[in-house]
Design a protein around this ligand. Structure first.
Ligand code: SF4
Length: 678
């Protein structure tokens, strides 16, 4: 494995396309991350809180896991496991076979990559379609994802255009919107006809048994709403103790992952479809994946389980930024991959990855879960060194090095000698370009700086004696503004509008009397003569529905037939999919993210806000809350418990999977218009 790693690393370094793509991704993501955290009133506090929540979860993993399993079962979710990789894939295959699945749609799940789920399902004769755009692209190319958040990070649009032309039989086009539109059209058929949907899980909430899935494109909603059977895969460590804790984790996950204040769609799944509910999976299965996690929990790499898979450490890592994800040879690349791969799959196979780090600490700096990478990487290195045969010079040299470092006097003497020797070696512009053996490997690919003429400790001592001993901490996140105090209601509307518009949503402020005409005018502008609506009515919705009917606009109330006959379901869904707009109310708005919260259940089909190109939402100004946490504490907890699948919608469906270029409407609506009523 180590040899393969080195070979792939050399290849990656010599690939200018990959280098360009990696640089582009890392720089954009880092800027967006810093911007997103700067919108929090106190980012440092939130990060500390998130890290504490993860620490508390991992310290009490068995208790929270037992609580989560109990609650989820009470909610009607069928729990399987915790299982090894082998047992997990067999269980998924058995469930799919039992329901005669031929086509499975799947949203992004790192756990499924880890256990190689697709291969098993395909061997059993089922077709598995990855529906995240980036995953879809790499699946068409027969590759694995290059990054845990941006799977097609290693590809330029020209590569993707060629893949689409050859695999999907469409005209060659490098226009990113056109490519996204092609993906939407092709995948629509799969979504509407698949018997089973598979997803990952971002968090399981222990106190309520809620399954939380976040996606930007809306494919997570599609796979958990349309197929009759939903199978979710979750690593046993991906828990949040309470809904309030989830609210904190949802503040840091999207900010760290994609630089968004909140991901476009956060689905909070409580239970399967029951009674007269119009949609949602009729069976929900949750496969808990152990696959070495519980053993890792007892090991010295336990802290790697704190990870919430945001990918920020990959973007920050100078090694990942040069060699990319495929070089690591594991489903989990980058700094966290070096730890998780070693912890889950063994030091023999992946121990060498602990050396794929400069120990610069950039990963620790950005990690919202508070993982001390340097400590863990050194532990993994120690174990690796003990387990693998080392060259003779290293075996002899380490005791000498230990002896030297064990005494301040000897250490000081070694610094002086090192400084003198490195000054005698050949250099170019002050940098050494050829070190003698056994250090010559270093200068084969990069230069080496000579030791400082004045050692650091001496410099500090001199500066302190000169009275210049004050040092500034230069951390970008610490420069952000701290705002205090609860906002007033008028401020909430303004903030809601600003945030909604920043994420490409549209805001209309009007009175209840003006609303019917505003909506009919809009529908006339897009030539819509039929729309999707909700059977469950509020006062506002009732008056609009009457008005629209008077104007000759047909309002369809979606309901997926419970039939097992795929053709009947497909015909019905394909008809609904033609409606250009959907009209719903919502439970609340969140000012800090420009989010609307939609329930589901009897008379409140999720399809209305998912299938059409445009989603129109009515929001009462008095229902705008400062944050998700405020809403949970003000009664949101009950709404989550009573809704089979509640969704936080933050802007239109979006993707930046092709060269980081933003396009809207990849699976869900491309327009989100919020009519805010006084
Ligand atoms: S280790 Fe930290 S930074 Fe890296 S993916 Fe996990 S949570 Fe994100």
């Amino acid at each position: 494995m180590r040899r393969q790693f080195l070979k792939k690393a050399h290849k990656a370094l010599a690939n200018p396309t990959l280098q360009k793509a990696l640089d582009q991704n890392a720089e954009r993501r880092e800027c967006e991350r810093v911007r997103a955290f700067s919108t929090l009133p106190n980012p440092e506090h939130t990060l500390r809180e998130a890290a504490q929540i993860r620490r508390q979860t991992i310290d009490n993993l068995q208790e929270y896991l037992a609580q989560f399993i109990k609650r989820a079962q009470e909610n009607g979710i069928q729990i399987h496991g915790p299982f090894s990789a082998h047992a997990a894939v067999l269980t998924a295959a058995e469930i799919a076979k039992k329901h005669n699945a031929r086509l499975i749609v799947k949203s992004k799940s790192m756990v499924s990559e880890e256990i190689q789920l697709n291969q098993t399902l395909e061997t059993a004769g089922m077709r598995v379609v990855e529906t995240d755009l980036g995953e879809f692209i790499v699946q068409l190319r027969g590759e694995s994802p290059g990054h845990i958040i941006t799977p097609a990070i290693h590809l330029l649009r020209e590569d993707i255009a060629k893949t689409f032309a050859s695999e999907l039989n469409v005209p060659h086009s490098t226009d990113v919107s056109e490519m996204t539109e092609t993906a939407r059209r092709v995948m629509r058929k799969f979504f509407l006809s698949a018997e089973v949907g598979i997803s990952g899980v971002n968090f399981g909430v222990a106190e309520t048994g809620t399954v939380c899935i976040v996606t930007n494109e809306g494919n997570g909603r599609m796979v958990s709403t349309i197929p009759r059977i939903h199978i979710a895969l979750m690593g046993v460590e991906r828990l949040a103790p309470s809904l309030e804790d989830l609210a904190v984790l949802l503040q840091v996950l999207p900010r760290s992952a994609t630089g968004q204040n909140l991901t476009s769609y956060v689905s909070l799944i409580q239970r399967p479809r029951t009674g007269n509910e119009p949609d949602g999976a009729e069976e929900r299965h949750l496969i808990l994946v152990d696959n070495g996690r519980l053993a890792m929990h007892r090991s010295q790499l336990q802290d790697a389980l704190l990870c919430i898979r945001c990918g920020a450490c990959l973007n920050a890592c100078p090694v990942f930024r040069e060699i990319g994800g495929h070089t690591y040879g594991s489903a989990y690349p980058g700094p966290i991959g070096s730890l998780v791969s070693t912890g889950l799959f063994g030091i023999e196979q992946y121990g060498h990855l602990s050396k794929a780090s400069t120990l610069c600490g950039a990963c620790t700096e950005v990690c919202p879960a508070g993982i001390d990478f340097t400590k863990l990487l050194l532990r993994a290195r120690g174990e690796y060194v003990r387990s693998a045969p080392q060259p003779a010079w290293l075996r002899a040299g380490m005791p000498l090095f230990t002896w030297m470092m064990a005494s301040p006097g000897r250490y000081h003497w070694a610094q002086r000698v090192g400084s003198l020797l490195t000054r005698l070696l050949p250099n170019s512009g002050g940098w050494l370009y050829r070190l003698p053996p056994p250090f010559s490997g270093w200068t084969r690919s990069r230069d080496f700086p000579p030791f400082a003429a004045e050692p650091f400790r001496e410099r500090v001592h001199r500066l302190k004696s000169a009275g210049n001993g004050t040092y500034k901490v230069d951390k970008k996140l610490r420069e952000t503004q701290v705002q205090e105090g609860e906002p007033q209601h008028g401020d909430l509307i303004v903030r809601f509008q600003e945030e909604l518009e920043r994420i490409d949503g549209e805001f209309v402020h009007c009175s209840a009397e003006e609303l019917p005409n505003k909506i009919t005018d809009f529908l006339a502008s897009i030539e819509a003569n039929r729309i999707l609506g909700w059977g469950e009515r509020s006062l506002e919705l009732d008056s609009i529905v009457d008005h629209l009917r008077e104007k000759g606009i047909q309002i369809l109330e979606p309901e997926i037939p419970r039939s097992e006959d795929g053709n009947i379901r497909y015909e019905m869904l394909a008809g609904l999919d033609q409606a250009p707009a959907g009209l719903t109310t919502c439970l609340a708005g969140l000012a800090d993210t420009g989010t609307v919260i939609l329930p589901s259940g009897a008379g409140q089909s999720s399809l209305t806000s998912l299938l059409p190109r445009t989603h129109l939402v009515l929001l009462r100004a008095k229902d705008i809350y400062p944050t998700f946490d405020h809403w949970i504490r003000a009664g949101g907890r009950e709404a989550i418990a009573s809704s089979p699948q509640l969704t936080l919608i933050t802007g239109p469906s979006r993707t930046a999977d092709v060269e980081m270029i933003l396009t809207l409407g990849v699976h869900g609506p491309e327009r989100l218009i919020v009519f805010t009523l006084d």
